[in-house]
Design a protein around this ligand. Structure first.
Ligand code: SF4
Length: 378
């Protein structure tokens, strides 16, 4: 169940909240694709021989900025270097303003079978506030055009906790999404990351700050609306119609192996994590010399345990005490259960057979609970 992630580090406009790695100058795009093809070839033995790749995910940045030729060359190189399953889930993140009828045809014929569309809100004033490059009408048209072209696995991103997003608008955003008959929704609470335009605007009193209570209220509204809309919450920020979960992201949470390609992309081979340099020019230059500029970290048992708790607790499958016992020993399992007791008593955690699962109430404090279950507390 291994996966490949490809980071396309270009955007036409910088959204005010974004701290992903990207450049708004497209000057290096051709050189980047050439470097990426070299990286694919160098990494062809990353997985053990015979490993089948079940998911490929183009993220960014804005992968929908790739031309048909660029995407075609990347796919050709991927299929040459890796054993990609015939039934692989192949996702591409796209911004609505890129999804013309022609682009959708190109993506479909290239082999993309899942589209992740960055909608964020169906209100233009919110999009303007976020400095998004598209309008609400473009987002709706993009989804409908994609469906008309035969894309039957569509996810959209939405953001809540935005100062301009009232409770009424948030409820409407969810209802509009449900009416569009999509399969999956990722919904994130706005956070203010250091170094972003939003962070600077708030520091200079040019923007309203993010209100944690508003985020928590909108989270609760969302949980109820998603249930009524027929969406299953299989991870704190991810909801799907039954059976339509993201196979790629589920692999991350289930600690499957993945290879990340492109600047800033992370990889994990079961015990070692590595991440590529988050600098387009250095990435290109080093690959021109046949080298991958990256950093590596071998995870200690404690780190692996903490990561397992952090990621598994956020999913509907929960944290498996038996798995902790098998992987980290009986003492770790007993300590985990002991630390969990107070949250089980308060109703934030539910113990179901050997699993610890967050209740709706507990989802609001998921990070705090996970940190309390860690072996090395923060
Ligand atoms: S389009 Fe996506 S990656 Fe690019 S700036 Fe906006 S949020 Fe960040």
């Amino acid at each position: 169940m291994a996966g490949i992630y490809i980071h396309i580090p270009f955007c036409t406009k910088a959204c005010n909240y974004c701290d992903f790695h990207f450049s708004t100058s497209l000057n290096n795009k051709t050189a980047f694709v050439e470097a990426l093809l070299k990286e694919i070839s160098i990494q062809k033995n990353y997985f053990p021989e015979g490993e089948i790749i079940s998911t490929v995910y183009f993220g960014g940045g804005t992968p929908s900025l790739l031309t048909a030729q660029e995407l075609g060359a990347i796919f050709k190189s991927l299929y040459k270097s890796f054993k990609i399953s015939d039934s692989a889930e192949i996702t591409l993140e796209a911004n609505p303003d890129d999804l013309s009828a022609e682009k959708l045809t190109e993506l479909k014929s290239a082999g993309v079978n899942r589209l992740s569309i960055g909608v964020q809100s169906f209100y233009d004033e919110d999009l303007l506030w976020m400095n998004r490059a598209h309008s609400s009408a473009e987002a709706i048209a993009a989804i409908k055009n994609a469906q008309a072209q035969g894309f039957d696995n569509i996810t959209i991103d939405l953001i809540y906790g935005v100062p301009t997003l009232t409770e009424h608008k948030w409820r409407n955003n969810l209802q509009i999404a449900f009416a569009l008959d999509i399969q999956h929704i990722s919904a994130y609470c706005l956070t203010v990351e250091k170094g972003t335009a939003l962070y600077h605007d708030i520091s200079r009193n040019k923007s309203a700050n993010v209100d944690e209570d508003q985020g928590a209220e909108q989270f609760e509204i969302m949980l109820e609306a998603m249930k009524n809309g027929g969406f299953v919450q299989y991870e704190i920020s991810n909801f799907c119609k039954p059976g339509w979960h993201s196979r790629h992201n589920s692999n991350y949470w289930l600690k499957e192996k993945y290879l990340g390609l492109g600047p800033s992309a992370h990889s994990f081979n079961g015990f070692e994590r590595k991440w590529n340099i988050a600098n387009n020019a250095v990435y290109i230059r080093s690959l021109n010399e046949g080298l991958i500029k990256d950093e590596k970290e071998v995870l200690t048992d404690h780190q692996q345990y903490n990561e397992y708790v952090m990621t598994s607790l956020r999913t509907m499958w929960g944290t498996d005490l038996m798995e902790i016992g098998q992987r980290f020993g009986k003492e770790a399992m007993n300590n985990c259960l002991k630390d969990a007791e107070k949250y089980i008593s308060s109703g934030d955690l539910i113990k179901k057979e050997n699993k610890l699962i967050l209740s709706d109430k507990g989802k609001l404090i998921a990070d705090r609970i996970a940190a309390d279950l860690f072996i090395e507390k923060n």
